[in-house]
Design a protein around this ligand. Structure first.
Ligand SMILES: Cc1cc2nc3c(=O)[nH]c(=O)nc-3n(C[C@H](O)[C@H](O)[C@H](O)COP(=O)(O)OP(=O)(O)OC[C@H]3O[C@@H](n4cnc5c(N)ncnc54)[C@H](O)[C@@H]3O)c2cc1C
Length: 432
């Protein structure tokens, strides 16, 4: 069995390690347009901030490719996939044949789509080279404007602020992280950023970036232009599906995959930010572009590619981030808009604590926590297990809630919790 993997990040690593746990010797060739060895994108903002070195971003040993017997081709992009011929076309004209192929090309930052987007000084923060290019400009710059109040935009704002820059975040929506948290949590996050000198303007859109040979200002929908030398575009992520454009493989937002992470073409798998899977809770097709989903999908794909059948249970919308010591976690549906959801809220401003549990048909459909993370791992296990929680809703919201409480409950009411599946979920959750 020969394997080809396109990509070199969370999903690719998950797949390689799963394949090698089943098949010790089948040749694995890995192609990646990025020349850098494996690194964590989640930590790029700490690198930008000067809190960690480049080496600290590596989450696998330098000799990982040798350990895994992977024939790696850094700097070689895949340009097309031909499922009929079972070949990948490579930049420079080469071809790579496969028995099983994994597409793990991830996502790219959504374009700004405004005049001036091509000016030097306009960046996104998607890969290590983006961070390096931004840093090369930071020394000669004083002010930065971040366009977008999502996770990546705010992480970039943090990194640049830590470098001593004056930073403004412009958000079209009425509050920060509007795709992830509710208005209350958005306001708490805003307060935390403002305390650390990051200006936040909501309900404002960028009309254009202006400058001559480099960024000078951002024109906005309301008020005076904002002078700046750096603009960071954080408008979201699009899946990198270009490689299958002519292949006949089914795509929508991402490459559509089945429960084995297989695409519509036999022996072609997709995982991570490029793959469209089902949401674990809603069963709707979606791309939840976060690291744990990518890694798990990669593992599932790898096992199936190597002949060991595994099913992906579905991806979870889950964001966990820390703003200057204030943790924020949002899982599942925390902003229900339709009928049939119940919200239970605990807001204690004196402790900086905000907790919201969203219930549907007696089960946990979402959890939002700002300020304290105690008990959230246990609540996450309940969401994943999809068990009824009506009887223990007060307990979940209490300060005493933890794994030990769930284990006791499971022992007391095994039939209610569907014992076997629940125990497995608790264990994998506890293992991080
Ligand atoms: C700044 C930042 C912060 C983030 N913070 C968090 C966080 O705190 N928590 C969290 O869960 N998630 C976070 N994410 C999201 C997380 O990093 C992604 O979900 C994850 O990296 C997806 O992994 P992936 O393997 O699917 O794709 P990617 O990590 O995007 O990797 C894709 C790989 O494919 C390669 N590639 C692309 N096209 C080609 C081609 N044509 N040929 C060859 N190679 C190609 C790329 O070079 C890369 O190696 C963050 C992302 C960013 C950018």
């Amino acid at each position: 069995m020969s394997y080809v993997i396109i990509g070199n990040s969370a999903a690719a690593v998950g797949a390689v390690e799963a394949i090698r746990s089943v098949d010790e010797s089948g040749p694995i060739a890995l192609y990646c347009d990025d020349r850098n060895p494996i690194y964590s994108r989640c930590m790029l903002s700490y690198y930008l901030a000067g809190r960690v070195e480049e080496q600290d971003l590596r989450f696998r040993d330098d000799d990982w490719y040798e350990q895994m017997k992977v024939d790696a081709h850094p700097g070689v992009a895949a340009t097309a996939v031909d499922p009929e011929a079972k070949e990948v076309h490579l930049a420079g004209g080469g071809r790579a044949s496969y028995d099983k192929l994994l597409i793990a090309t991830g996502g790219r930052a959504r374009a700004l789509g405004r005049p001036g987007a091509e000016l030097p000084g306009v960046f996104c923060l998607r890969d290590l080279d983006d961070a390096k290019q931004m840093l090369a400009r930071v020394h000669a710059a004083k002010r930065a404007v971040v366009l977008g109040g999502g996770l990546v935009g705010l992480k970039a704002a943090y990194g640049l602020r830590e470098r001593g820059m004056e930073v403004s975040v412009l958000v079209r929506s009425p509050h920060l992280m509007s795709q992830v948290v509710d208005a209350k949590a958005g306001e708490l996050i805003r307060g935390r950023l403002e305390e650390h000198g990051i200006e936040v303007r909501t309900g404002v859109d960028a009309k254009a970036v202006t400058g001559d040979g480099g960024v000078k200002a951002v024109e906005v929908s309301e008020g005076e232009p904002l002078a700046c030398e750096i603009v960071v575009v954080g408008k979201g992520v699009d899946s990198n599906i270009g490689v299958v454009a002519e292949s006949g493989i089914e795509t929508h937002w991402g490459i559509i995959t089945d429960e084995h992470q297989q695409s519509s073409a036999r022996d072609v798998y997709a995982a991570g930010d490029v793959a469209e899977t089902e949401d674990l809770l809603t069963r709707e097709r979606t791309v939840h572009a976060i690291w744990p989903n990518a890694s798990e999908q990669g593992r599932v794909a790898g096992f199936n590619m190597a002949g060991q059948e595994r099913s992906y249970p579905g991806s979870l919308a889950m964001n966990a981030v820390d703003f200057y010591g204030t943790p924020v976690m949002a899982v599942g549906n925390v902003r229900p808009r339709e009928e049939g959801f119940e919200e239970v809220v605990d807001y204690r401003p004196e402790r900086g604590l905000y907790r919201k549990m969203v219930l549907r048909e007696g089960k946990l459909a979402g959890l939002l926590v700002v300020g304290e993370m105690r008990g959230t791992g246990a609540a996450l296990a309940l969401i994943k297990a999809g068990v009824p929680v009506e009887e223990i809703r007060e307990l979940i919201m209490s300060d005493e809630f933890d794994y030990a409480k769930i284990v006791r409950l499971v022992k007391a009411y095994p039939e209610a919790f569907g014992e076997r599946e629940f125990r497995l979920t608790v264990r994998s959750g506890a293992g991080g």
